[in-house]
Design a protein around this ligand. Sequence first.
Ligand SMILES: [Zn+2]
Length: 91
Amino acid sequence: MSVPVHCWEEFMQALTARYFCSVTSWYRTTHHNVAVGGCPHSKHLSGDAVDVVYDPGVHQWPTLGTLQEWCRVLGYRVIREATHDHFERGS
Ligand SMILES: [Zn+2]
């Protein structure tokens, strides 16, 4: 596991202060990761990734550019999936 630049709790506090959003996935067991179609080497297996969904109809999703800039500062990476944003840390 990588050494966190910031812990997820701080990250989510900052994110939820701006957007109405929830974490839908964090740590996963290998079994659950397979069940949800995760990558075999998913960062969710080590708790180094979180999936975030935004409340429907309340706010628009933050732009990917905004999140990428934010993540760059923190040493995180964001991937915009069809149904959620995936944030991960570490190389
Ligand atoms: Zn994910």
